[in-house]
Structure formats: C-alpha cells, structure tokens
Design a protein around this ligand. Structure first.
Ligand code: FCB
Length: 469
C-alpha cells in the first residue's frame, strides 16, 4: 500500500444511531418505537436483547462527547430518535427530547465536532406502525412534518441533514424478510414501503430547504450492494448480479437521482404488486438535489442463477423460522456463502468493493459529492488482563478500507469524509449486544468505555491525515 493523504476539508468521524446507543427509552417523555415493540417480542432478537439501556448514552452523552474530543474527531454522525422528540409521530413536539439533542449538538460544536444528523435510523414511532407504518403513504407526510420541525428547532447546529439511513433495510428487512422491525414478511408491502420511504426523503428535503434556505446541506445514506457474479464468464450469473443491482440499488438510486424507476424492477415484481402506490407526480417530489450522497459499505455479495434442481429453488417461501428472503422478486438468485476471511458478522472483507462503488457513483452521477457514512467491522473483542482491547483485525480492516477511500480521492472522486461504524459498541439490531462494532469498547455491566487499539490508531490517522503504507 502506498501512503495516502486526506487533506482538509476531508472529515474523519464516527457514527452511531439513537436506538443503538441511547437507552432511556421510557425517559424524558419519549414514546415507543417499532424497535421497542419488536425487541420486546420474544424470539425477535438474539437473547431477547433490547435497547432499553444500550450504551446509556442518554445519560452519558457529555462523557461521550469528551471521548470524541480526545480522539480528535472532526465529525460525528448521530441520529435523532423521532419518538423522543415527537412521541406518536404527529402533533406537538416533546420539549425535553428537543432539548436533549440541542444540548448534545451544542456540546459537539463546542468540541469542534461537526454534527451529521440522520433523521430516521429505523425507530418509527409505534403509533405510525399501527396505521400501516411505511406501507401507509401518510407516514411520508408525517416524516416531512417532523423533518421540518427539526430543521426549525435545530437549524444551523446541524452541518448535514441526512433524511434516511439505509431505506433498503427499513423496507426489505422490515417488511419482506421480517428480521428487522416491524417484522413483517410481505413482499408487496416492502415495495410500497420502499416507495413511501423515497417519497418521505423527497418531501423532507423540500421541507428542510423551505425552513433553512438553499444553503442547508441535505443527504441520504444508502447501503448499496456491490454484487459479483459467481462465475464472471456465465451470462446467467451476470444477469443475476444485475437483478440484485436493480432490486438492491436502483430501487432507490433510480427515483432519487434519475427521476425514474428502472423498467426491470417492474418486470421482476409484476407478480407481486401493481405498484399503484406510485402516484402521478411522485417522481418529481422525490427527485430533489442532494448535496452529498452517504455511502454505507461493509462487504460484497456473490450470486449465481439458481437452477431448477438446486436446493431451495422453490423460492422465497420462508426460511422456516418466521423470516423470509428480503430479495423480493429474485427467487432465482442464490447468494453464496462468503469465501475467505470474514468478520464476526460472517461478512467478507473486500475493500476493493468500496473503491469500485465510489468510482462507479462518481462516474454515473457526474461527480456527485460522496461521504462514507458507515464502514467498520465487528470482532469478538475482550478487555485483556492489561486493561486494553487489542483489535488488530479491526485496525487492518479500517486501514484497508481507508486506503480504498484514499485511492478514490487521488483519482479525483469527490469524497468529503469517512465515518467509522461505530464510535461505541452497541445494540446491533437483531443480533443484540453479541456483535461489537465500536472503536470504543463498552462493558454493559458497568457502562465503562475503553478505547480499543483501533481508536488509538484512528486518532493518529485523524491527527496526521496520513495513512501509512
Ligand atoms: C448498518 C446500520 C447500522 C449498523 C451497521 C452494522 O446496516 O445502518 O445501524 O447496524 O449496519
């Protein structure tokens, strides 16, 4: 690896999400979210873990900002819990919730850390789910009202407004596979949810700009799937990879950036839905200028065309455990288990995929400003007898992915920043507390924070802006 430099204004930061770190779910006037309901439903999360306490950031945020300052971070990507600031998802704001975020943002500013704020990182107010959640078009309008209210209340405390985090997960893990809240397994519902999420993004973007003017920076963070054919010489496998690109990526990139849905999406899902949820004029509402596109990247996928006699070829009829495939319309696509080393999530390690993704987006969307809003790895970290957490695998993972980012930068791709997932070990959704992504270790018994070796390594990178070869 050759040395890489990341000159200012490139921002190095860390990312978290409200439900994963805050705890205090019944405090300060917060209402329930779909993740409270889901995690409290037996069998939904590993070990029955919930976000009730999480990393107790709701009470420890001052110390956590102090930690970020010590690490020298230039940015922090956090999310606002909608049910904390507007319980029920409609109507008057909860002043105590708003003050919590206002104080947090002020403390970050005071520490010289630029806040990148996600408005929706999966914690829909439970009342809105009772009315259909993201399958209900009205949820998009409720979200835009909430976004407008946050823009008015928090205004220039926020550096970048990110409307949604990974709407693919909200729609397809939440409504098709059922492994995320609200835990539904209805492919048609997932497609409607995807559309209403993009509509929510468009309406919210407009609302934020109406409140704050054109200077407000707006983004969305997508988990785009870098997908490779099992056999690059096989036309059927190439077609399978292309279909994943359609259902995993262009289902959002299309309406958001091109102003249209890919025609193949219609073909692949015609048997599931008539798509009447797409109303005339929606695509104009959705396609708004975004100032920066957030890219969340962890690994790649390998796929092949399923043959008629292969096991499981009956399609996505369910996994026998109450969950189903998130890949609606792709019954003939088989995802291969990773080969080579994996992280504790069982995800492969392919930094090249990040380089390819950044350069492909740059090419396809005319040099659109990009920001790596999540990248990182889970490992089974322990605090050693020396009181430290030695996590050389994570350091290696981060080094190689930052090298990919640096390479893209050198090639002229407009990458504005990099946010490691995550600042702290936290509630990893259906995996509960079993997966540790933090560069800072959290002992959930004592809530003690211990910066891992990777945190020290990252702090040095942030200080020098040099990645050594
Ligand atoms: C992403 C999520 C984030 C975290 C990481 C590991 O899909 O946005 O909250 O769970 O994965």
């Amino acid at each position: 690896m050759s040395p890489r430099t990341f000159p200012p204004p490139f921002v190095f930061g860390a990312a978290t999400a409200a439900y994963q770190i805050e705890g205090g779910t019944r405090e300060g006037g917060r209402g329930p979210s779909i993740w409270d309901t889901f995690s409290h439903t037996p069998g939904r999360t590993l070990g029955g873990d919930t976000g009730d306490v999480a990393a107790d950031h709701y009470h420890r945020w001052r110390d956590d900002v102090g930690l970020m300052r010590e690490l020298g971070l230039g940015g922090y990507r956090l999310s606002i819990s909608w049910p904390r600031v507007q319980p029920g998802g409609r109507g008057p704001l909860n002043a105590e919730g708003v003050v919590f975020y206002r104080d947090l943002l002020d403390a970050l500013r005071g520490a010289g850390i630029a806040p990148v704020v996600t408005l929706y990182h999966w914690d829909l107010p439970a009342e809105l789910e009772a009315e259909g959640g993201w399958t209900n078009r009205e949820t998009a309008y409720a979200f835009a009202d909430y976004a407008r209210a946050m823009a008015r209340e928090l205004a220039d405390r926020v550096e970048v407004w990110t409307t949604l985090n990974e709407p693919w997960c909200s729609a397809f893990l939440g409504y098709a596979s059922g492994v995320h809240a609200p835990g539904r397994t209805d492919p048609a519902a997932a497609l409607a949810a995807a559309h209403h999420l993009t509509l929510a993004h468009g309406l919210a973007t407009t609302a934020i700009r109406e409140e704050l003017g054109e200077a407000a920076k707006v983004s969305i963070a997508l988990n785009l799937h870098v997908t490779r054919p099992a056999d690059p010489g096989c036309v059927a496998d190439l077609a399978a990879a292309h279909e994943v690109d359609v259902v995993g990526n262009h289902v959002f990139l299309g309406p958001l950036l091109d102003g249209s849905y890919p025609i193949e999406l219609r073909e692949l899902t015609r048997h599931l839905t008539d798509a009447s949820f797409v109303r005339p004029g929606d695509l104009n509402l959705i396609r708004q200028r975004i100032d920066v596109l957030g890219v969340n990247y962890y690994c790649t996928n390998y796929v092949r065309r399923r043959t008629a006699d292969a096991p499981g070829s009956a399609g996505t009829g369910g996994h026998g455990d109450g969950t189903a495939s998130p890949w609606v319309g792709l019954d003939d696509v088989e995802f291969l288990p990773p080969s080579g080393p994996t992280t504790a999530m069982g995800w492969n390690i392919e930094p090249e995929g990040l380089y390819e993704l950044l350069t492909a987006l740059d090419n396809a969307y005319d040099g659109i400003p990009l920001m790596v809003t999540e990248n990182g790895a889970a490992y089974d970290d322990v605090v050693g007898p020396d009181g430290a957490v030695h996590d050389p695998e994570r350091v290696d993972y981060l080094r190689r992915h930052l090298d990919a980012v640096g390479r893209a930068l050198e090639d002229g791709v407009d990458v504005r920043g990099y946010f490691v997932w995550s600042l702290l070990d936290n509630f990893e959704w259906a995996y509960g507390y079993s997966k540790r992504f933090g560069i800072v270790h959290v002992d959930y018994e004592t809530q003690r924070r211990t910066p891992k070796d990777s945190a020290r390594w990252y702090a040095e990178l942030v200080r020098t802006r040099q990645l050594r070869g």
